[in-house]
Design a protein around this ligand. Structure first.
Ligand code: PLP
Length: 429
């Protein structure tokens, strides 16, 4: 028998940037019995989560829920809106942008993969992927596309491989300034419910999300938030799709049901997650992540190590990438920290493999779990012989002690207009 409780004493420190630590409240919700997905109770659950998830994306339009990881939701966005040979403009912000671009090519789309100025330097102190998106570059490219060959602009909201957050509103302005009809598709798999995101206000046509990051749920749900233009594009798009087809799903969603068997227990988790996040209020949720990120960055700065994101305006509220001094293998540091201190950190991916590790500050975390994570990093770095300028733990303690968290809970829920969203509110749906 395989013993799945790998950590007999204390909790494992899951500080990767997703999957994030899942609150007990969500784990408990998932343990309810699985119900008939065609029965009346399921319809109530379906209607409630389908309505609530719109608030998370800040949209009045439909959000499609898939029993899939983020990769599936990426594919769904492309196959529902595009046809073979369509040209898609993408931006190389990091590893996940690169994976999405490869997927687009494999689906038979043409892609143009923009590299932003300063993001492809091979100098040791300024390697790849340290910057966000320069919307002017997108605007200039769209202006040159007189024939309107570009059908979609696909960008990352929060690039999980680097800890860079991109200004999506600026990308929208760039598309509008160029007067270009391309659809705007945004991967917010790791931005959702952690970094400010406004699907309708920012004119996004498809926002892609996942369950396992800011939603604080286990992996297994992918989202597509839609716009009327995206729905219109789906009527003429010809890439083959069956499981991912929006029309079949949306038709059944009207009554809270799904065409194929849904992941019922993850929908319980989603229901609980919505109650928690909307009860806290999204502005409080965003402020909480910003504060955690600032505390962790204070720690990294005290060590004297560079942060992967070189532009403070693009620092991610979700994770921080920590660059290693030349000659230090970040994966060896990570492995030692995992073995000695039961702390998981995100690895460097793709072009930054072995050069940096990532500290996730999302999910069921708090000041003290983050301080513990920094302590694990600090001990591990020292054991690996990395010379640190000072104590990151002390710097983060100073930051957290002097920056009080915003009030959360019931008062915030009332202030943000979600007083009805409290534990067990499914019955009221
Ligand atoms: N996009 C981003 C920004 C991600 O962080 C991830 C996964 O971490 C993916 C896409 C791929 O999602 P998944 O691994 O859930 O399929």
């Amino acid at each position: 028998m395989l013993d799945l409780d790998f950590h007999p004493t204390g909790r494992h420190f899951l500080q990767i940037p997703g999957p994030s630590p899942v609150p007990d409240r969500i784990l408990r919700a998932m343990s309810l019995p699985t119900i008939d997905h065609r029965g009346p109770e399921f319809g109530a659950l379906g209607r409630k989560v389908l309505a609530g998830i719109r608030d998370i994306f800040k949209t009045k339009h439909p959000v499609v829920i898939y029993p899939a990881s983020g990769t599936g939701a990426w594919e769904a966005a492309l196959v529902n809106t595009l046809s073979a040979g369509d040209l898609v403009l993408m931006v190389e912000t990091g590893h996940f942008a690169s994976l999405w671009q490869k997927m687009a090519m494999r689906l038979g789309l043409e892609t143009e993969f923009l590299v932003m100025p300063g993001n492809d330097l091979l100098l040791p102190e300024a390697p790849h992927w340290r910057r966000g998106i320069d919307a002017d570059v997108i605007e200039a490219r769209l202006r040159k596309d007189g024939a309107r060959n570009i059908k979609a602009v696909c960008v990352m909201h929060n690039e999980t491989s680097t800890g860079v957050v991109c200004d999506i509103a600026a990308v929208r302005r760039a598309i509008d300034a160029a007067g270009h009809p391309a659809l705007l598709m945004v991967d917010s798999i790791s931005g959702l419910a952690s970094a400010d995101l406004r699907h309708d206000e920012w004119g996004i046509d498809v926002t892609i999300g996942g369950s396992q990051k800011g939603m604080m749920m286990p992996p297994g749900i992918g989202f597509n938030a839609l716009s009327p233009r995206a729905l219109e594009a789906a009527k003429t798009a010809t890439l083959p799709r069956v499981f991912w087809a929006w029309d079949d799903i949306l038709a059944m969603n009207v009554d809270g049901y799904f065409p194929s068997t849904p992941n019922t227990n993850l929908l319980y988790a989603l229901n609980e997650s919505l109650d928690m996040l909307l009860g806290e209020g999204l502005d409080n949720v965003f402020a909480r992540h910003q504060r955690w990120a600032a505390g962790v960055r204070a720690g990294v700065a005290a060590w004297g190590l560079p942060i992967q994101c070189a532009d403070p305006a693009c620092h991610s509220p979700v994770l921080t990438g920590v660059m290693m001094p030349p000659g230090v293998d970040a994966d060896a540091v990570r492995k030692l920290i995992h073995r000695r201190f039961d702390l998981s950190l995100g690895m460097g991916l793709g072009k930054v493999k072995g050069r940096m590790f990532r500290i996730g500050h999302l999910g069921d975390s708090n000041d003290l779990t983050l301080l513990a994570a920094l302590a694990g990093c600090e001990m591990g770095l020292e054991l690996m012989g990395v010379k640190l300028e000072g104590s990151g733990v002390q710097a983060a303690m100073d930051y957290f002690a002097s920056h009080e968290a915003a009030a959360a809970g019931a008062a915030a829920a009332t202030a943000t207009g979600h007083p009805e969203r409290s534990e067990g509110s499914l019955r009221a749906a």
